[in-house]
Design a protein around this ligand. Structure first.
Ligand code: G3H
Ligand code: 13P
Ligand code: ZN
Length: 356
């Protein structure tokens, strides 16, 4: 902290120099908040054959669950904020919550690496605003744009972000499903022949790819799946052949997997048992994610599973204790269930437990 001209304490201004020698100033650097960017943790994840969990949050209970789970599991973590989350919760509050998360983790006994990341940034202005507010990492998602426009937008964000040592995730290929207001009916798998050009011309620090995952709780139609011996629907496998081709072309480069919720069927059953109406909810099998985490995939994004865990717990309380009206009595169990889920992801799926 330093003093401004009226003698009131203020945060140190951080300056950066763009490629064309323009001086840029941000009010607060993530480094002062105790956050880290993704560079170091991705390198360790790549070398160690595991993936860092990227969990979305919109409210206090989700954040508490993420932090306490990752502290208990001793896992690094990426806190993801979508533009929808910014609108829902207020960007200033979210930033202070992330700052609070760093202190909360220390209070719980472990100074785990915490990244504050913009999920699916769709414009330069949004990424810039997040960087100015203390985000340590941003995603610029130009995957719906024509290739050259994706490159130009991504490079613009990288040039700005790198002045402040903020890391940038780009995306090539389109996931089927809905993300914020954009939706695509079919996957456009990442084209391995484009990745070297994209990564070198943009300067991104990590690359999100499309190999068959998708956003939301309905990732596959039942008719795309086969039934195993226990009668459980098994979706078509991810395109690991495409991932391998990508790894060959950009060896050592961190890859990101979006749309990686597994849609636990016990949550779907609980939700439907207590009045919900989830139909054909099918996710990515955990074994596939475990396999991905051992490869160049260094970041795995999970949002929907948390939504399902919370909803199942809240519905159960509402149905079994109809007289209850204290929010702590249903948000508390939801938070407990979330924590269990996140610990399971770190320990049994991503392999990030013990790596903080
Ligand atoms: O990829 C999308 C994430 O699940 C965030 O979802 O935009 O509804 O917050 P949201
Ligand atoms: P899920 O909907 O599978 O949880 O994916 C989340 C995601 O990719 C956030 O960017
Ligand atoms: Zn996503």
């Amino acid at each position: 902290m330093q003093e401004n001209i009226c003698g009131k304490p203020c945060f140190k201004l951080e300056t950066g120099l763009s490629e064309n020698n323009q001086i840029n100033i941000i009010m607060i650097s993530y480094k002062e908040l105790g956050l880290v960017n993704s560079r170091e943790i991705f390198k360790k994840a790549f070398d160690g054959g595991y993936a860092i969990p990227a969990f979305n949050f919109n409210n206090m209970e989700q954040l508490q669950a993420i932090v306490s789970a990752c502290v208990d599991a001793n896992s690094p973590v990426i806190l993801q904020v979508s533009s929808g989350a910014r609108q829902y919760a207020n960007q200033t509050l979210l930033r202070y919550m992330a700052q609070g998360a760093v202190e909360y983790a220390k209070e719980l006994g472990k100074n785990i690496p915490i990244v504050l990341h913009l999920d699916h940034g769709n414009s330069f202005e949004l990424c810039k605003s997040c960087i100015e507010m203390g985000f340590s990492s941003v995603m610029i998602d130009g995957s719906h744009l024509p290739y050259e426009e994706n490159i130009a937008l991504t490079k613009q964000v990288v040039d700005y972000a790198h002045q402040f040592d903020v890391t940038v995730e780009g995306e090539l290929g389109v996931l089927a499903g809905v993300e914020d207001e954009v939706s695509a009916e079919h996957h456009t798998y990442t084209e391995p022949d484009q990745v070297v050009d994209f990564v070198t011309r943009t300067g991104v620090d990590s690359l999100a790819i499309s190999i068959g995952t998708s956003h939301g709780a309905n990732k596959f139609k039942p008719e795309q799946c086969t039934r195993n011996a226990d009668g459980i629907l098994v979706p078509p496998p991810l395109r690991f052949d495409i991932l391998e081709e990508i790894e060959k072309r950009i060896p050592g480069f961190p890859i990101v997997l979006h749309g990686a919720s597994s849609v636990p069927q016990e949550y779907v059953a609980t939700i439907n048992k207590y009045g919900g109406a989830l139909k054909d909810a099918i996710g990515i099998p955990e074994e596939e994610l475990r396999k991905a985490a051992k490869s160049a995939v260094c970041k795995i994004n999970i949002d929907s599973d948390g939504r399902l865990a919370m909803t199942a717990a809240v519905r159960e309380v509402f149905a079994t204790k109809p007289a209850e009206f204290d929010p702590r009595k249903y948000l508390g169990p939801a938070r407990d269930e979330l924590k269990k889920l996140y610990m399971h992801k770190c320990e049994k799926v991503l392999g990030s437990a013990g790596k903080a």
